[in-house]
Design a protein around this ligand. Structure first.
Ligand code: FES
Length: 115
């Protein structure tokens, strides 16, 4: 099996309602990660060159739902189901990150954290 060229990590963390940091998957249903897998499969690239993985908290909760794509280390925030097609088409296939969703390097792991 060939090595994956990209990994899409999708935060699936769920916290109780009203938690001050929120959570990326408040219903615990994993809809966003499933949608990435489905859309990759539709393009015939799921689990061949690209893999969409569930992951736990990426510690960017206030900016969630959070997704990070490696090896580029492009972080996305406030990702909605309707953004998945654009991320796959523009970034995963086309190599151009979706700038309007990118969490800037100046913000990742910095002062946005509330607790
Ligand atoms: S809950 Fe998703 S980044 Fe923390």
């Amino acid at each position: 099996m060939a090595k994956f060229k990209k990994h899409i990590f999708v935060c699936m963390n769920t916290r109780e309602a009203g938690h001050p940091r929120g959570s990326c998957d408040p219903t615990g249903q994993g809809e966003l990660q499933r949608l990435f897998k489905t859309k990759l499969a539709e393009r015939g690239i799921a689990n061949s060159t690209v893999r969409a993985n569930k992951c736990g908290c990426l510690d960017q909760c206030e900016l969630g739902p959070t997704v990070v794509v490696y090896p580029e280390a492009v972080w996305y925030g406030h990702v909605r189901p309707e953004d998945v097609d654009e991320i796959i088409a523009s970034h995963i296939v086309g190599g151009q990150p979706v700038e309007r969703l990118v969490i800037s390097d100046a913000v990742v792991n910095t002062t946005h954290k509330k607790a």
